[in-house]
Design a protein around this ligand. Structure first.
Ligand code: F58
Length: 844
């Protein structure tokens, strides 16, 4: 009787709070004041802009949480197939602006704050962005999270909660200096700490075997070693214009209790503290690397820690959902796991271990389950970036996994031998184990063998994956390698980043375009209409002034407002060829400097903006930054360049800066050596924001050019096939270089941009016979492309028309299109739109 009364009271209380929080202006204001007082414990009139940021974030968070818990309960009740996106990186960017916009509450919050003396945009700018990723791969994961929620897919992201994100880049004396990014200083209002959701993760130890009494088979158990705890931190991911709110679960490492006690009891106090530190260090720092950190044991620990906690969590959730006749064999019908590159590919042997050693499944059943569950996305074919782990290291850290990998490889090589009998070359090329000293585990081979679909991220990239990276695998498993071209979320990259342009779209098309970019196509016939052109030009001008104001305030440089804004913002890497851009800038400088005052007037004014981080250990990339800064200093202080040319290197490029920079561009450069950039996603963002591309036929540039029309992309340079041919004849190349390029080299060597010693290593790699990235080869056609862009810009109306047409042709590069393809071709997953009951929505 007592139980019944308690239950009734609890039900009654839940009913009382079963309606969504009201979001009219007065209610929002009450919630802000409430959070200032109760969440922040600040007194009335004793708060500043940052406490108002915190209060606003908490107010929105309340509204996220109710949708989020309801969505998750709804998914559980529907029992549909779910997808888990496993990524060691999520470059989320700021959350407040995204949340108010996705919840449709931008206007209400702006009004509520304005009446209290605050401006929503400046409150939004208070947020410190979590930088839990390096670049494109991490940002892609976050774009996917936005789309998955927006399209109502039951999906979760899984990752790591690094205490230190991507380092902060400062430019000191014209050089990159790295500072730690402790992004949690002021707390993180977007996460919910789940101290009750935790798993034990084992490292090291040994494998013991025993005979299973029922079957008489030998079975294995991984025992001993160190045990670490993974604690979950959840972040709600709202969709745009839907109630569906998904989850991103990030793990943090903690020492395990038993482990602690054991050490303390043994009287080894310092040892115990040290061990505790070691446990916590697993999730302390994001590796700021651009290719893999060969042989870094901590990185492997991070990967396994992540995978182990995630798979335990996924299996626990799967098993909770009992249905008649359902066993682990049906896992692939209910669960898809996507591996974002090979970083989480240790999942494959870990799932095998769980199924074999804990669930006692036969090998073949376990293998079918694993293979049908996993999909693997490849993001690079550069050999130096393909992950490999030394066998001795893997054996020590994960002895049971090493056994399982050997067994997978053994069975796989039997298949290879059956297909190509006696072909030892094929066996060596395809083996998961590389027979080097020490032996290495090729994680990409493991991922291909252990997944049912392998995908590249742009058409040309997928073609190269099939023909150059995995030709034998492609022959052995026809159809397994597929293309799914990347995309970016128009919510963040158009609506949020570019309100000026977005309001043009909304005024003509209504608000629905951001979830259906195809609607922009209807604007293309209007591209030459004066009224649209006028609005478009105003928006671009507004965005340029917004950026110029930031640069004035933060770098004290006054940018020309009427110039072509030319940008290259991305990680610094030799293959991305920022160096080619800088050489082009120096050439332009030389042309201006040697021109008469009269001739100078006819040179198109240009503002060149570069930004991006170099991996701390990547010396050449750091030198490229140094040269860019040296060139900027000289050009910006040379009176002959006044009104004609300016160069800025913006420090600490991140998602928030990208949102400011990209909408201000007239042209952007995506000029990688053909065949080397898997896709690129910045290219998509720039065109969506009304800028044109100067680029090589690489990555998604190829598809963008097809979508917007070849005439509206300034293409240059060797094609991927030509690059291959040029490289193989490189040693025979005669050492003649373009005269304009030779002049640029002479200027650098003469110390115009700072001591030539600084740049010797850069120039050293640029003789035609050594020029791996083909800068010398592509330089003349690069200049032609720049000239073509300058010429096109002179006809302002025609230029604006090109930009409008291009921006309105980009629907295929919305991550909505990308995710629908994954759902159909890789995950076999249907949307599950969640609509709360009517009473829950309306009762105030
Ligand atoms: C990028 N990879 C590709 N890797 O370079 C880019 O072409 C593509 O558009 C993007 O993925 C999305 O598919 C990338 O960003 C990393 O940042 C890795 C981080 C971990 C170490 C190795 C590089």
């Amino acid at each position: 009787a007592h139980d019944g009364a308690v239950r009734a009271r609890v039900d009654q209380l839940w009913k009382l709070s079963s309606s969504y929080l009201p979001s009219d202006v007065p209610s929002i204001q009450r919630s802000l004041v409430k959070h200032v007082e109760y969440t922040l414990a600040r007194r009335r009139y004793k708060f500043d802009r940052n406490s108002f940021y915190q209060a606003t974030a908490h107010s929105i968070r309340d509204r996220l949480i109710e949708r989020w818990t309801d969505t998750q309960q709804f998914y559980a009740s529907r029992d549909g197939k779910r997808m888990y996106y496993l990524s060691l990186e999520f470059l989320v960017g700021r959350s407040l602006g995204n949340a108010v916009s996705n919840l449709g509450l931008r206007g209400a919050y702006a009004d509520a704050l304005q009446q209290l003396g605050y401006d929503l945009e400046s409150i939004v700018a208070q947020e410190r962005e979590p930088a839990l990723g390096n670049g494109g791969l991490g940002r892609l994961a976050s774009c996917f999270m936005d789309t998955l929620a927006t399209l109502n897919y039951p999906a979760w992201g899984y990752g790591l909660r690094y205490k230190y994100g991507m380092f902060e880049q400062r430019i000191v004396d014209g050089k990159q200096v790295e500072f730690p990014d402790y992004w949690l200083t002021h707390g993180n209002p977007w996460e919910v700490e789940r101290l009750d959701v935790k798993y034990l993760v084992r490292l090291y130890g040994q494998v013991n075997n025993y005979v299973d009494e029922r079957s008489g088979e030998t079975r294995y158990r991984w025992e001993g070693g160190e045990v670490v705890v993974a604690v979950a931190y959840d972040t709600p991911i709202p969709g745009y214009g839907t109630y569906n709110t998904n989850n991103m679960r990030l793990w943090s490492s903690k020492p395990s209790h038993e482990f602690d006690l054991a050490c303390f009891n043994a009287g080894n106090y310092y040892g115990a503290v040290e061990a505790k530190e070691r446990c916590e260090s697993i999730t302390s720092v994001l590796y700021p690397s651009d290719d893999n950190d060969a042989g870094k044991a901590l990185r492997l620990k991070q990967q396994f820690f992540f995978v182990s906690a995630t798979l335990q969590d996924v299996l626990r959730r799967y098993k909770k959902r009992v249905a008649p006749g359902r066993t682990l064999k049906h896992l692939p019908e209910k669960v898809a796991i996507q591996l974002n590159d090979t970083h989480p590919s240790i999942s494959i042997p870990e799932l095998m271990r769980l199924l074999l050693d804990d669930e006692l499944l036969p090998w073949d059943d376990a293998w079918d389950i694993a293979r049908m569950t996993f999909g693997y996305t490849n993001h690079t074919i550069l050999p130096e970036a393909l992950e490999k782990w030394p066998v001795p290291m893997l054996t020590e850290l994960l002895p049971r996994h090493m056994q399982i990998i050997y067994e997978i490889n053994h069975r796989f090589l039997q298949e290879v031998d059956a297909m190509w009998p006696g072909d030892t070359q094929k066996l060596a090329a395809m083996s998961i184990i590389e027979e080097s000293t020490p032996k290495m585990v090729r994680m990409a081979h493991l991922a291909v063998v252990g997944s049912h679909v392998v995908n590249g991220v742009a058409e040309i990239h997928t073609a190269l994956v099939k023909t150059r990276l995995f030709p034998e695998f492609n022959e052995m498993y026809p159809g397994r390698i597929k293309n799914v071209t990347n995309g970016v979320t128009p919510r963040r990259w158009i609506l949020q980043a570019n309100p000026a342009m977005s309001s043009i779209f909304t005024s003509i098309l209504g608000p629905g375009w951001v979830n259906d970019l195809r609607r922009l196509e209807t604007l293309k016939p209007l591209a030459r209409e004066p009224s649209l052109q006028r609005q478009w030009t105003h928006a671009k001008r507004f965005n340029k002034e917004r950026l110029a104001a930031w640069i004035k305030a933060n770098m004290n440089v006054d940018l020309m407002p009427n110039a072509v804004y030319d940008m290259q913002v991305k990680r610094i890497h030799e293959y991305k060829r920022q160096m080619l851009n800088i050489l082009g800038i120096i050439h332009r400088y030389a042309t201006i400097a040697s021109a008469s005052a009269e001739q100078r007037k006819s040179i198109q004014p240009r503002v060149c903006i570069l930004a991006g981080k170099a991996a701390p250990g990547y010396e050449i990339a750091k030198k490229i930054i140094q040269l860019a800064c040296g060139v900027a200093k000289v050009i910006n202080n040379d009176v002959r360049c006044a009104g004609r040319l300016q160069v800025v290197f913006i420090p600490n490029f991140n998602v928030s800066l990208a949102e400011l920079i990209i909408p201000a561009s007239d042209v952007s450069q995506h000029i990688s050596t053909a065949g080397m950039e898997a896709s690129g996603t910045g290219n998509m963002k720039f065109v969506m924001n009304g800028g044109l591309i100067i680029g090589t036929l690489d990555g998604a540039n190829v598809e963008i050019a097809r979508a917007v029309g070849e005439d509206d992309v300034f293409v240059f340079g060797a094609t991927a096939d030509e690059v291959a041919a040029l490289r193989s004849s490189m040693h025979k190349r005669e050492p003649r270089i373009d005269e304009r390029l030779a002049r640029v080299f002479r200027m650098i060597r003469s110390g115009v941009f700072g001591s030539a010693d600084n740049y010797e290593r850069l120039l050293d790699g640029l003789t035609p016979s050594k020029d791996f990235y083909l800068l010398c080869h592509d330089f003349p056609s690069y200049l032609d492309a720049m000239d073509a862009a300058d010429a096109a810009y002179r006809d302002k109306d025609e230029w604006t028309a090109k930009c409008i047409k291009a921006a309105c042709s980009m629907w295929a590069f919305s991550s909505d299109r990308t995710i629908r393809e994954y759902a159909r071709d890789v995950w076999g997953m249907e949307p599950q739109p969640f609509n709360p009951p009517h009473h829950a929505r309306t009762r105030a």
